[in-house]
Design a protein around this ligand. Structure first.
Ligand SMILES: Cc1cc2nc3c(=O)[nH]c(=O)nc-3n(C[C@H](O)[C@H](O)[C@H](O)COP(=O)(O)O)c2cc1C
Length: 393
């Protein structure tokens, strides 16, 4: 029998699914409900010093939809509006009611030693399991020299990690931003400064475009907009890449996230090195109840694969991700056309001829391949509307 139980830095998780720091973890009553429904833990909405001003914009969310499904989300939301006392009381309440659930306090403060250390010292006296340092919010905060302004500077990231580590009585995860050239570089810097683990990714900075009729931005606040943080399915390849890059450079635990909307996505994050995963946008779209499918899907998968726990899946993809120069360039695949499925629409021949090679042609309603010209790029199999083309050796 496989199990979803796992252990990270000595913290026992009943399952590897945590709510990420965001609206679903912005109040105690909601987290309580999420725990009842089966979440393994929650990262609290980022806690800040009580006097740090938080004035929200309205509206603050926008999205990209495909077939009426949200595939990309964007927000310009700030951090928790609750006081440090609210969170301390809440952590005590939640831990008493749900002792087996993991609670991680996300924190952010101005770049001053006392500001960071004060919050940590207060939280040290609660039963919180760990800290997550938010060095990565891409909107609102960077213009106040915090959030992503911290995570894009190795010097400041090192400084704050050192301050926090010198007082923290619980393990520390640094939440990294994908909005840097080399996330592994920042990860190495905070590892040297003493972090116990990483969380990645926070949102990806983007612009959601404009309405071409009204010429107003899609996320429009009285005629203007600002760059916001993108999340959901559209950022998953970026999140997976970031987690893999961190894992290829570090053995420390990683809480992986970014576009997890089902158990398959979670499994991918574990395969590239995550020790547990966090979910935000999917929960904002469909509610806490999605935990049921996440848990049963992942457990069934482990059992089908004959794996005992997520440790057997962890890192499995890592050695398969290598430098371009190390790929076997003698390996060659070319298209195989399924004549039953092909309707001779000519899309593959058109695209192939417009993309340099002209290896495919339509002869008497049949697709012909010129093997001499084919470069094995696979574009034809991608554009075929009938899924009639597969690539084979
Ligand atoms: C509306 C919203 C608010 C968020 N607030 C926070 C926050 O306060 N602190 C934080 O570290 N991350 C915050 N995040 C980022 C998420 O925790 C997460 O890193 C990101 O959304 C990627 O995961 P997802 O694709 O599952 O949403 C927020 C995300 C959203 C969408």
């Amino acid at each position: 029998m496989a199990t979803l139980k796992t252990s990270v830095l000595g913290i026992e998780f009943e399952n590897p699914f945590l709510l990420a720091s965001a609206p679903p973890t912005a109040q105690i009553e909601s987290i309580d409900k999420a725990f009842e429904l089966g979440w393994g833990g929650a990262v609290l909405k980022t806690i800040t010093p009580d006097d740090l001003e938080m004035i929200e914009a309205s509206p603050r969310y926008s999205c990209i939809k495909e077939k009426n499904q949200v595939i990309g989300f964007q927000n310009i939301e700030l951090l928790s509006h609750k006081t440090i006392k609210y969170w301390c009381d809440g952590i005590r309440y939640l831990k008493e009611k749900h002792p087996t659930k993991v609670i991680i306090a996300s924190i952010m403060a101005p770049v001053e030693k006392d500001e960071w250390q004060n919050i940590v010292k207060i939280l040290n006296d609660t039963p919180v399991d760990a800290y997550e340092l938010n060095f990565s919010c891409p909107h609102g905060m960077p213009e106040r020299n915090i959030g992503m302004a911290i995570g894009t500077s190795t010097e400041i990231s090192i400084l704050i990690t050192t301050w926090v580590k010198s007082v923290a009585k619980k393990p520390v995860f640094v939440k990294l931003t994908p909005n840097v050239t080399d996330i592994a570089w920042v990860a190495r810097a905070v590892e040297d400064a003493g972090t116990d683990g990483f969380a990645a990714i926070n949102t990806v900075q983007g612009f959601m475009g404009l309405n071409l009729d009204t010429l107003e931005p899609n996320l429009c606040i009285d005629g203007c907009t600002t760059y916001g943080g993108c999340s959901g399915e559209i950022v998953r390849p970026i999140g997976l890449r970031c987690v893999a890059q961190i894992r290829q450079n570090s053995k420390l635990p990683i809480l992986g996230m970014g576009g997890i909307s089902n158990w398959q996505d979670a499994a991918q994050y574990i395969a590239v090195g995550s020790d547990a995963v966090q979910v935000c946008t999917e929960v904002m779209m469909n509610g806490y109840g999605v935990i049921k499918g996440l848990k049963s899907g992942l457990l069934n998968y482990l059992e089908q694969k004959g794996m005992d726990s997520i440790s057997d899946l962890k890192n499995i993809a890592i050695e398969k991700i290598i430098a371009h120069g190390s790929l076997n360039k003698k390996y060659f695949v070319c298209p195989k056309i399924d004549k039953e499925k092909c309707v001779a629409c000519g899309k593959c021949t058109k695209i192939c001829s417009e993309s340099e090679y002209s290896a495919l042609s339509l002869v008497e309603k049949e697709i012909k391949l010129d093997k001499e010209k084919c470069q094995g790029c696979s574009l034809c199999s991608i554009v075929c509307p009938q899924n009639a083309i597969s690539m084979g050796k």
